[in-house]
Design a protein around this ligand. Structure first.
Ligand SMILES: NC(=O)c1ccc[n+]([C@@H]2O[C@H](COP(=O)([O-])OP(=O)(O)OC[C@H]3O[C@@H](n4cnc5c(N)ncnc54)[C@H](O)[C@@H]3O)[C@@H](O)[C@H]2O)c1
Length: 261
């Protein structure tokens, strides 16, 4: 039990890597708050955690991270009903392929408000209490799109580069308050988001260009989150960890696969 009685808020916890993270941190003794715009999904994850192990505490709450009032309400709920937060994991996000010249101002704004401003709002809301208590760990989900450009995803790439910038600046600003802030940069991971945003053909081609030959699973990403919020990483902050089967380590120039086959 590495996280006994620590309170962990997982924003975007109703599916994919967020749900896997909620389960993993709970298995290590954390009290988890599963927050998501999908309220029914969040309830169901919290419920299944408690059903599996009645001694564990799991809460759920609605949040729309693109709305400051909604994030404020989540913070108030956690303060009133759960307790001081030691761990914040931001796993929410939206993704769709839209080529630049078809990208509308509305789509751009929606993407930035969820995928970037949402991180500002949650870090601000829960970070203030962490700074005050002199203790906290934040994990932000970036992407391989935090480290390189993805064609057809200019909006997503820009927001994910922003998440990494926010993470690094906060890590440096809050290090003296004992608040660690790290970024996980997943490559293709088998979640609903990825399955909905891509085609079978895309996935087949993508897999062939991952050095390990495997896409990550939500559970394997949750193990990295656990490392980042546990004492095993106590002097690690401001890091961007590519959890992508080695893809970032291999540029197109060093790939053994042709780019245009
Ligand atoms: N799956 C991948 O291949 C992949 C790759 C790289 C990065 N990522 C990133 O990892 C994170 C988790 O992705 P996932 O694949 O588990 O996705 P997912 O779609 O399974 O989960 C994302 C969650 O975010 C929630 N959400 C969306 N908009 C929200 C809002 N406005 N307010 C609150 N919650 C909202 C959704 O309801 C959903 O539960 C995301 O930040 C994503 O960008 C995913």
């Amino acid at each position: 039990m590495q996280l006994l009685d620590e309170v962990a808020v997982i924003v975007g916890g109703s599916s994919g890597m967020g749900a896997a993270t909620a389960r993993r941190l709970s298995a290590e003794g954390a009290t988890v708050v599963v927050a998501d715009i999908d309220e029914a999904g969040a309830k169901s994850v919290a419920h299944s955690i408690q059903e599996d192990s009645p001694e564990r505490k799991a809460f759920s709450h609605y949040v729309d991270v693109s709305c400051p009032e909604s994030v404020s309400q989540l913070r108030q709920f956690v303060a009133d009903q759960v307790g001081p937060v030691e761990i914040l994991v931001n796993t929410f996000g939206i993704a769709e392929f839209v080529p630049m010249l078809e990208l509308t101002w509305q789509t751009w704004q929606r993407d930035i408000s969820v995928n970037l401003s949402g991180f500002f709002l949650t870090c601000h809301a829960f970070g203030s209490q962490m700074v005050q208590s002199g203790r906290g760990k934040i994990v932000n989900f970036g992407s391989s799109a935090s480290l390189s450009g993805v064609p057809g995803m200019v909006h997503y790439t820009a927001s994910k580069h922003g998440v990494l910038g926010l993470t690094r600046a906060l890590a440096v600003e809050w290090a003296k308050h004992n608040v660690r802030v790290n970024c996980i940069c997943p490559g293709a991971t088998t979640t609903t988001m990825m399955l909905n945003a891509t085609t079978e053909a895309w996935r087949k081609q993508r897999k062939r260009r991952i050095p390990t030959g495997q896409m990550s699973t939500p559970e394997s990403q949750a193990e990295v989150v656990l490392f980042l919020v546990s004492s095993a990483s106590q002097n690690l902050t401001g890091a961007a960890i590519p959890t992508d089967g080695g893809s970032q380590a291999m540029t197109a120039a060093t790939s053994t696969e042709a780019l245009w086959d």
